[in-house]
Design a protein. Structure first.
Length: 1012
């Protein structure tokens, strides 16, 4: 019995051992072959080997439950694929190892494969493990199990092989700088897929856009065949995101001269993204060697395609530019070095003008042009581009200083010795002139003979004691000083003897706003021993025109929604208006509190549109901004500034209506230059005015009678916000208006409805049927006025002419306004209207109106009369009108500038009555009218004077000496000119037609020959 029990126990144990799969563990792995192999995990257990999930993340590898093992030895190198798709009836996991049991090395693994079904189901839970690299004679181990502990079963799995890919290519020939291959004009093949990363340095300092990491770069070399421009482009001809760097020189001494990362509108091949690179128009000279380096923008980015290289030979040998101050022109002179059909001269700035000079031209020809410009107080780049047919060649570019008229100037030629390492020497220039002159810009020209400019310290001191350093021992300098320091000049760097315009070390804006009259001192010292020199000459040029802002700040007025009454003094009601200011520019908008002038300065106005006339009925002093929020009121998309001293790009700040009526931060408009935004806090009324104030002072105020709807049925009231900012680049969007609803009664509270949207631009756009002209000095030495005009038929044979003149930002103000009217036109009801201004002791006197033979002129007293004058100051609108018995034509109105100006009058074409005919033109000395100045003219005159002969058709032509009388003196004058070489007949002279410059009783009934 005992032996029977032992036997039965042994049989049971053997039964369990027999039930366990033979390949349940690694050591019992079954051999498998290419093709179909059986699998059964019904009796398998879980192996103890760790599951290598990190080898195949994201493949839905499960727990590899009830796993079985196989081994496979390939007969050749290749890529192996194992699949259980639709041939195994449970959810599978597959792992492939190298090595041996006990020291397994995971190679690949996978869980669920898309489209790989469990047999007999629609579940994508089975496995395909693809392209596992295997090598001849090297055994691999395959482990297959279930995703969950209940996933067991059987079926078959398939093993297949494909040939191994060819080995990766070696590094390309041009993988490093030393192997750079020669680039040719046209397309050059590029392949960076097997390139490595070069260690050569590069940077974005050559002003390129979005340069990356230069991944797997390759090199080309190219030699310039002549003077011209080089373009290297990969736009639409490479299939990867590129970086491009161009060096001048060889691999040892190369200097980076250009680069490009992601270039705008330069797309990858077959991809809409602008991720390819291009360098265009790089100026090159004959014989110069260049290295072209191209790689991927980011890690792992490589590819193939082409690199296109183009060279355009320069046909311009030289370009000389000059500009006479105040001329509004640039004189251009280009020397042609090869045949071309025309040369285009163009100024390189927004809104530039251009002039084409047609040829043909050959080498050595000099081509000249006068290029009109509208910007002043700045450096302007001009390019001369030759054309062959319509195809442009390489442009030749240079810069020139363009300024308004020089207001004051003086020079000194002291010939002062500069001691070697000794005491400084001083030279004085005295500026004299109008004591009311304000300095807004200046230039300092200096000529110093010295062998080493790096030893020199040069300073400029103003009459009021401000000192600015112009030059301070720069390193790397040689030669002397031969230049003009100007804040709008080129950056301060050697050489300093190139006769150009250069920014000083210090800031010349420190003198801005000062009175320049008095003694200016230039101090020069040699701070090191070893050399001596001489201050030969220096000049100081003063401008009363501020440079145009060159910032990226653009203040735009948003939609105001609140206008509230805040006080009353008798019949005068005062108001506060909301102001919404947005930054539509590319840089943060300055918003510093006083005494720093870099902030918005807000003025508020009110107008009334009556029956065919728009008048101003109120205006405020200026509210000075002091801090900015970061909102998005204009919907530009706000990139907020981290500090309240700026308004971020796209952001806005809203000042509430009541806060804008706070008199603590309000100052007079007269302390602000509306064109430049110039404001000096020290000594201003704003600094000293601490109140107390009544309820109307300095605020936007309006008389009750001007607001009462019962007195003005059908009228429309309009509110305006106008903001001056020193950094604002576009003054056309810094003022806005909107119609408002008015309700209330005189003596009580007025309520204002501002539900209408704000409109950018001049308020005169609210006047139906009116035409609007901008009136501005040319060039832009000051701001602008807007002149609106409208003519209405009175229905009785007369017409009413109405004009409104609004000074938006012209700092010199308007002091007179003339409308041409012929003497035979009957004029009546001459009218003038201006709002009352409460500011200092400014006059509110009406302008005088004078009707003469030429027209009607309204004017205030001149600038010298001071506060007793009432010019149209910035932010105010004046009205002019009359009736005439003639229908409108087009005539030339004249606006007179009130303050002293190099441009004292401005003409504008508008609707006017018929105008007086222009004075006749004639040629002085052509007395007999035969078209030739000779002895016959003398004989004709003497016959008229002494023999009662025929009278001249043009008495002015016989008045040779222009004394206003015909007598023997005219004959003597003509004889002297003809036979003794004395002074020719007075202007306009015998050669050119012209008007008589002298007002006298003589005239021209018949113009002389060939004169209109």
């Amino acid at each position: 019995m005992k032996f029977l029990l032992i036997f039965l126990m042994l049989c049971g144990l053997n039964s369990e051992l027999l039930a366990q799969a033979l390949n349940d563990e690694c050591t019992g792995a079954s051999e498998v072959f290419l093709g179909t192999n059986a699998i059964d995990t019904s009796d398998a257990t879980n192996s103890l080997e760790e599951i290598p999930t990190s080898t195949c993340p994201g493949t839905a590898l499960g727990g590899v439950h009830g796993d079985v093992w196989y081994h496979f030895t390939p007969a050749e190198d290749g890529l192996m694929t194992i699949t259980t798709c639709d041939t195994v009836d449970f959810d599978t996991d597959v792992i492939v190892y190298g090595g041996a049991c006990g020291s397994l090395i995971p190679i690949s693994c996978h869980g669920d494969t898309a489209g790989c079904l469990v047999q007999g189901t629609t579940n994508n839970w089975n496995t395909t493990l693809e392209n596992v690299p295997v090598f001849v004679g090297e055994t691999i181990l395959i482990r297959i199990g279930g995703y969950n502990d209940y996933d067991i079963g059987g079926g078959t799995f398939d093993i297949s092989m494909t040939s191994a890919p060819p080995p990766p290519p070696g590094a390309p020939e041009n993988d490093e700088c030393s192997g750079a291959i020669e680039a040719v004009i046209g397309d050059n093949p590029i392949d960076t897929t097997s390139a490595s990363d070069s260690i050569d340095l590069y940077s974005s300092g050559a002003s390129c856009n979005a340069l990356g990491v230069m991944n797997q770069d390759v090199w080309y070399r190219w030699t310039a065949p002549g003077e011209g421009s080089l373009t290297v482009s990969m736009c639409d001809i490479v299939n990867f995101d590129t970086d491009l760097v161009i060096y001048l020189g060889d691999c040892i001494s190369k200097v980076e001269v250009a680069c490009s990362g992601d270039a705008p509108e330069c797309q990858m091949q077959g991809n809409g993204a602008s991720y390819a690179s291009v360098v265009e128009g790089l100026q090159v000279s004959a014989g110069e060697e260049y290295l072209i380096r191209i790689g991927g923008w980011g890690d792992g980015q490589n590819g193939t395609g082409n690199v296109n290289v183009q060279f355009v030979q320069s046909l311009i040998e030289s370009l000389t530019l000059s500009s006479v101050p105040g001329s509004a022109e640039i004189d251009c002179e280009a020397v042609v070095s090869g045949p071309c059909d025309s040369v285009l001269f163009a100024a390189g700035f927004v809104g530039s003008s251009q002039v084409t000079v047609n040829g043909p031209f050959v080498a050595g020809n000099v081509v000249t042009a006068a290029l009109p410009v509208s910007s002043i107080q700045t450096m302007i780049e001009v390019c001369a581009t030759p054309h062959i047919g319509s195809a442009p060649g390489t442009p030749f570019c240079d810069e020139v200083a363009v300024t308004g008229p020089i207001t004051l100037e003086n020079c000194s030629a002291p010939l002062l010795d500069i001691p070697d390492g000794g005491e400084p020497v001083d030279s004085i220039v005295v500026i004299s002139g109008d004591p009311a002159t304000i300095l807004w810009d200046l230039q300092v020209e200096a000529h110093i003979n010295h062998p080493d400019a790096s030893q020199l310290l040069i300073e400029l001191s103003s009459p009021d004691g401000i000192t600015v350093t112009l030059h301070d021992q720069p390193t790397g300098a040689s030669g002397g000083i031969d230049l003009t320091w100007w804040q709008s000049g080129s950056p301060n760097q050697p050489p300093y003897d190139s006769d150009g315009w250069m920014q000083p070390v210090g800031n010349l804006s420190s003198f801005k706003g000062a009175n320049p009259i008095g003694s200016w001192t230039l101090t020069v010292s040699d701070e090191m021993t070893g050399e001596t020199g001489m201050l030969e000459e220096w000049c100081l040029r003063i401008y009363d025109t501020a440079p145009m802002p060159n910032s990226g700040q653009d203040l735009i007025i948003g939609d105001s929604n609140n206008l509230v009454m805040v006080g009353r003094e008798g019949s005068q009601a005062s108001f506060g208006s909301e102001s919404v200011m947005c930054n539509g520019g590319t840089e943060p908008l300055d918003w510093f509190a006083n005494p720093d002038p870099r902030h918005p300065m807000m003025a508020f106005n009110m107008f009334r549109l009556d029956a065919d006339r728009l008048i101003q009925i109120g205006g405020s002093w200026v509210k000075h901004g002091w801090s900015s929020a970061q909102a998005n009121a204009c919907g530009f998309g706000c990139n907020p500034s981290p500090t309240s001293t700026y308004t971020g790009v796209g952001c806005s700040d809203t000042y509430g209506a009541s806060g804008n009526a706070n008199q603590n931060t309000m100052g007079p408009r007269s302390e602000i230059d509306p064109w430049s935004g110039g404001f000096i806090y020290e000594g201003s009324e704003l600094q000293s005015d601490s109140g107390p104030w009544d309820q109307v002072e300095e605020r936007l105020w309006v008389e009750d009678d001007d607001l009462d709807p019962t007195l003005h049925p059908g009228s429309i009231w309009i509110s305006e916000v106008s903001v001056v900012h020193p950094g604002d680049i576009d003054h056309t969007t810094n003022h806005a208006w909107e119609p408002i609803g008015v309700s209330g009664t005189p003596g009580s509270n007025w309520s204002m409805n501002m539900s209408a949207p704000s409109q950018l631009g001049t308020v005169q756009a609210a006047w139906p049927g009116a035409s609007i002209e901008m009136v501005q000095p040319f060039p832009q030495i000051d701001g602008r006025c807007y002149l609106a005009h409208k003519v209405s038929d009175n229905g009785d044979g007369t017409w009413h002419y109405e004009y409104s003149l609004y000074n938006h930002d012209m700092g010199r103000n308007a002091g007179s306004f003339s409308i041409p009217v012929a003497a035979d036109v009957e004029v009546s009801n001459i009218d003038f209207f201006a709002p009352e201004i409460l500011s200092y002791s400014f006059s509110n006197d009406s302008w005088s109106a004078v009707r003469d033979a030429d027209g009607i002129t309204w004017s205030t007293t001149d600038h010298a009369s001071g506060a007793s004058a009432n010019p149209i100051r910035w932010g105010f609108l004046y009205n002019f009108g009359f009736d005439a018995d003639a229908a409108p034509e087009t005539g030339t109105a004249i606006l007179g500038v009130h303050s002293p100006s190099a441009v004292p009058t401005i003409e504008v074409e508008i609707a006017t009555p018929p105008t007086a005919p222009p004075p006749p033109t004639f040629r002085r000395g052509l007395c007999n009218g035969d078209g030739t100045f000779d002895i016959g003219d003398v004989i004709f005159l003497l016959g008229y004077l002494f023999s009662n002969a025929e009278a001249p058709g043009c008495h002015d032509s016989c008045d040779s000496n222009d004394d206003g009388d015909l007598n023997i003196g005219d004959g003597i004058s003509m004889l002297g000119s003809l036979f003794s070489g004395t002074t020719p007949p007075a202007p306009p002279g015998p050669e050119l037609c012209g008007e008589d410059p002298t007002d006298d009783a003589l005239g021209c009934d018949q113009p002389t020959q060939n004169c209109p």
